[in-house]
Design a binder for this molecule. Structure first.
Ligand SMILES: NC(=O)c1ccc[n+]([C@@H]2O[C@H](COP(=O)([O-])OP(=O)(O)OC[C@H]3O[C@@H](n4cnc5c(N)ncnc54)[C@H](OP(=O)(O)O)[C@@H]3O)[C@@H](O)[C@H]2O)c1
Length: 296
């Protein structure tokens, strides 16, 4: 059944893949971002609106929607933006606006590894956001994906940038590089989000999602090296040393590729069962394909 879906965070990586997918499946989309900008590829089925989850202007942004997909979040605290303000209180405002608008279905993008532990800043903020969604009377659906790959992604492009600009000959690998991930295609996630919006039987469900294979950090670096042709010697760096280094770079060099909090988060599992996606959404997820990284 087609509906009008408000996507908060529509101009980000996931949003850029989700919005066309929703339109192709017959939905109208209210595409919300802070400045309300319209992407050139959006058709007339997409209405761009401004809405900032840190401000009080979300009611007008979600007005008329049958469902809300909440994507807006930050993965690092930079430029004065905090996890508490965007990820936690922003989710509280998104939930409240959905309730006031009479929306029932609220699809919330969380992440694998969320935890009720204030020492892990990002994962704790995502946990607190989940708690706000869980406590609401909405028909929520919570998705917890592993790393997402696809054109415009953050993680795999960051490894490419790290190899190119920060790793002359040698690339640092945190610890043994054996932290395990389960990369999922952003297009498979888009399909899962659409089903989560339309399938009434999914209300109040939490889904952990990953692709068809587990890959270690070391294997991911190899995959990016192989795809881009940027071969580097991999040098294992003890976690306490990277941890101490990033505690400093967070303060003096905010463009450093990884934050102290992201290094700490490596202790949390970023993978789930290999058949989790197919069991939940009835489709085999795509194997990892990084060919989009070949573009300059
Ligand atoms: N990418 C991954 O590998 C991955 C893995 C697991 C979970 N997730 C989750 O998936 C969701 C989407 O991630 P993503 O990779 O698409 O992130 P992204 O590329 O950083 O996009 C974030 C979006 O949120 C919007 N946004 C940021 N601050 C906002 C605010 N104050 N008010 C309204 N909108 C705001 C941004 O729009 P403007 O800045 O233009 O306003 C942008 O459209 C997040 O919740 C993330 O935690 C992502």
């Amino acid at each position: 059944m087609s509906s009008t879906i408000a996507v908060i965070g529509a101009t980000g990586f996931v949003g850029c893949h989700l919005v066309p997918h929703l339109v192709t499946n017959g939905h109208r989309v209210i595409a919300i971002s802070r400045d309300g900008r319209r992407l050139p590829e959006w058709t007339d089925a997409v209405e761009a609106r401004a809405g900032d989850v840190t401000k009080q202007n979300l009611d007008a942004a979600v007005a008329g929607a049958d469902a809300v997909v909440h994507l807006a979040a930050i993965a690092r605290e930079t430029g004065g933006r905090t996890f508490d303000e965007v990820n936690v209180e922003g989710t509280r405002r998104a939930v409240a606006a959905a309730e006031r608008a009479g929306v029932r279905r609220f699809v919330h993008l969380s992440a694998l590894g969320v935890i009720d532990d204030p020492k892990l800043d990002f994962l704790y903020s995502k946990w607190q956001a989940e708690e706000i969604v869980r406590a609401s009377p909405l028909d929520w659906v919570m998705l917890r994906p592993s790393l997402l790959f696809g054109e415009g992604d953050g993680f795999f492009n960051l490894i490419k940038v790290t190899l190119k600009w920060w790793s002359p000959g040698v690339v640092a690998i945190p610890g043994k590089g054996d932290a395990k991930f389960q990369p999922l295609s952003v297009d498979d996630l888009a399909m899962a989000i659409e089903q989560s919006v339309t399938d009434s039987g999914r209300a109040r469900s939490v889904y952990e999602l990953g692709g068809p294979e587990w890959l270690t950090y070391r294997e991911i670096v190899d995959a990016v090296s192989d795809t881009t042709g940027m071969r580097r010697l991999k040098l294992g760096m003890p976690i306490p040393i990277i941890s101490a280094l990033t505690a400093v770079t967070d303060k003096v060099l905010p463009i450093f590729p990884v934050s102290h909090d992201q290094i700490s988060s490596l202790q949390r599992p970023n993978y789930t069962e290999l058949d989790a996606f197919e069991r939940t959404f009835g489709v085999k997820p795509k194997p990892i394909d990084l060919s989009y990284l070949k573009a300059a």
